[in-house]
Design a protein around this ligand. Structure first.
Ligand code: NI
Length: 198
């Protein structure tokens, strides 16, 4: 949804990869191993509970930012990611159980916990939906390099939100690992998760 973001990332990735190639490295670093993406957050989940990044310690996090009223891309991407995780559950249930799918709203005005609950529940039983105050969402979006901007309201008061389209796999300590192909097939998404959630 945001070409600028993708171009920026395309430019940044080779540098990230080069930085990871130290002579002593035995294993291949994850693609985002040295990227400054992520950070602490405290938000409200789909049950109304306050949760922070520390509540996910020890779990890989499959993170996607969007909004439930998105007329096109978000529901499709979230469905793809959920299907990919379900494929991984069949391949390696223990590994899949260590991955939490998380949907963070960039439209906190409309995405209340109740709205989020219905949305995430439609895709995966373990999916966590997070919303917050406008300031909390602005902070977490900044930390994760997510652009979003609500567009002008139409005559009925409806509006769309332009936003970055990206899915991150973050590690058990909240560190960035890799981008996941949110527009890929369920098998491709399961491949991405299996490759980097180690
Ligand atoms: Ni969207």
């Amino acid at each position: 949804m945001n070409d600028l973001f993708r171009r920026g990332l395309a430019l940044a990735l080779p540098l990230v990869l080069a930085a990871g190639c130290t002579p002593a490295a035995q294993k291949v670093d994850p693609p985002l191993a040295h990227a400054s993406i992520g950070g602490p957050f405290t938000l409200t989940d789909q049950t109304g509970k306050r949760v922070s990044d520390r509540d996910f310690t020890g779990k890989f996090r499959l993170m996607y930012f969007g909004y439930t009223y998105c007329p096109d891309v978000c529901p499709v991407d979230v469905q793809n990611l959920a299907r990919g995780l379900k494929v991984l559950e069949k391949r390696d249930a223990a590994l899949a159980a260590r991955i939490v799918p998380i949907f963070i709203s960039v439209d906190p005005a409309r995405d209340t916990p109740a709205v989020l609950k219905q949305f995430v529940g439609a895709f995966h039983p373990r999916m966590v939906g997070l919303t917050g105050t406008p300031a909390e969402i602005a902070q977490v979006a900044r930390e994760f390099r997510i652009y979003y901007k609500a567009q002008a309201k139409d005559a009925t008061g409806a509006y769309t939100v332009d936003h970055s389209r990206v899915a991150y796999l973050m590690g058990p300590e909240g560190q960035p690992l890799a981008l996941v192909r949110q527009d890929g097939t369920p098998n491709e998404i399961a491949d991405d998760l299996e490759q980097w959630a180690r």
